[in-house]
Design a protein. Structure first.
Length: 408
């Protein structure tokens, strides 16, 4: 399919920072747009994102002259062309954010050409031809209800405290999560006074806490009050690369208390972004021989996930597998630059029998692509932030719509 026109322009993300949006039209007249999210807590190995103004120029001066009127047979062909056009190891010429916006816009345009839902088109690109209503193909929602770390100025060392509903449908999961979220907000306001319900970057509550375990105590109490304690698991994104003032030994001791006291399902980035060894030691301590978690037919009591460690990069994922570092992985398309490369990361994770958790970024727009992507690849989990703030709600509402589409 030939691209007949492409343009880019700056738009604001959820933190009021400029990012890039791309509008693309195919020769058949079908048009689609996509915007790139951006993170605050970014791994050093992530591909480079250009400032919004530079990204706009990149589309006008580098991308458009080379792809307009060029014929692409499929998504992989376009994405491979973008990678070659950039020609750098870290996407410094075009920018990973620029490439992703182009890649998603083309994916959307092709789905609209086929008159297919985007998630169905993602499944075609991924090669997943199965019953879309099968229970195993519905990702669990990882709902951030307390923010800390770089996402809030409240003294918490750790970045995201999450609830993970056990519900069978998105509708039920969202209902469970929203009830606990609001109950927690009320409890925080009562316990900590006015301002306690202020929100962090991803919509989680961000008051000051006495210590790093208190958020889980209050989350569990809120769930118990709503009689939903047995309907959720707990999760933590430590984002340990950005933690100051805690040694490796202190981190290990904290996780020991956390696991003993709260039995979380999920811990993400418990150590620094290059500390494959400490990840592996934790996996061996809590999972014995390191069985997988969440991949089809495989379960464990704890998912130890890489994010800054792996950065949706198959080279780093291969190192993590060789060292036995993780049994789950975060997939963030903007970490790597194109839809095809994100799909390749999912394929590799499946081959390793890791759980796949697709994730938003702290700086989001109302673009809801990530919901279709996660459902399309049958991810085990999906991180969208709290059930609050418009840029997060757009994704939750899209999931509810997908559920209705899949049932038709």
């Amino acid at each position: 399919m030939k691209v007949s026109s492409i343009s880019a322009y700056p738009v604001l993300d959820s933190r009021g920072m400029w990012t890039v949006e791309v509008s693309l039209m195919l020769q058949n007249g079908v048009r689609a747009a996509a915007s790139a999210p951006q993170g605050k807590s970014t791994g050093a190995a992530e591909m480079r994102a250009l400032p919004a103004a530079a990204a706009v120029k990149s589309v006008a001066n580098i991308v458009a002259p080379r792809i307009v009127h060029k014929d692409f047979r499929n998504q992989a062909e376009l994405d491979e062309f973008l990678v070659r056009l950039d020609g750098t190891k870290n996407r410094a010429r075009i920018g990973a954010n620029t490439m992703l916006a182009v890649s998603i816009a083309f994916l959307r345009a092709m789905a609209r050409t086929k008159k297919a839902a985007l998630w169905k088109h993602v499944r075609d690109e991924y090669g997943l031809w199965v019953d879309p209503t099968a229970k195993a193909l519905r990702p669990r929602l990882f709902m951030n209800v307390v923010n800390g770390g770089l996402h809030a100025e409240n003294g918490l060392h750790f970045q995201e405290y999450m609830i993970i509903p056990k519900s069978r449908t998105f509708a039920e999961s969202v209902e469970v999560g929203a009830k606990i979220y609001h109950a927690l907000g009320s409890a925080l306001a009562k316990a900590k006074g006015r301002g306690a319900a202020n929100l962090g970057d991803e919509g989680g509550f961000a008051p000051a806490f006495r210590n790093d375990l208190e958020p889980f105590l209050m989350i569990r109490a809120a769930a118990r009050k709503m009689k939903l304690e047995k309907k959720i698991d707990l999760g933590l994104d430590a984002a340990a690369t950005d933690i100051k003032g805690m040694s490796r030994r202190q981190l290990k001791n904290f996780y020991k208390k956390l696991i003993k006291g709260f039995k979380p399902l999920y811990i993400e980035d418990p150590f620094g972004e290059n500390d494959f060894k400490s990840f592996a030691a934790m996996r061996a301590e809590y999972l014995g021989n390191g069985m997988g978690a969440g991949a089809p037919g495989v379960r464990s009591a704890l998912w130890i996930a890489g994010d800054d460690l792996t950065t949706t990069n198959t080279d780093r994922m291969a190192v993590a597998q060789a060292k036995g570092s993780v049994n789950a992985v975060i997939v963030k398309p903007n970490q790597i630059g194109t839809v095809t490369e994100a799909l390749n990361a999912v394929r590799m994770a499946r081959a390793y029998r890791w759980a796949v958790v697709v994730s938003h970024r702290s700086g989001e727009t109302n673009d809801d692509f990530i919901a279709d992507f996660a459902y399309g690849v049958a991810a085990d989990g999906l991180k969208l932030g709290a059930p609050a703030r418009g840029e997060r709600i757009a994704k939750y509402n899209r999931l509810l719509q997908i559920e209705r589409e899949a049932a038709e």
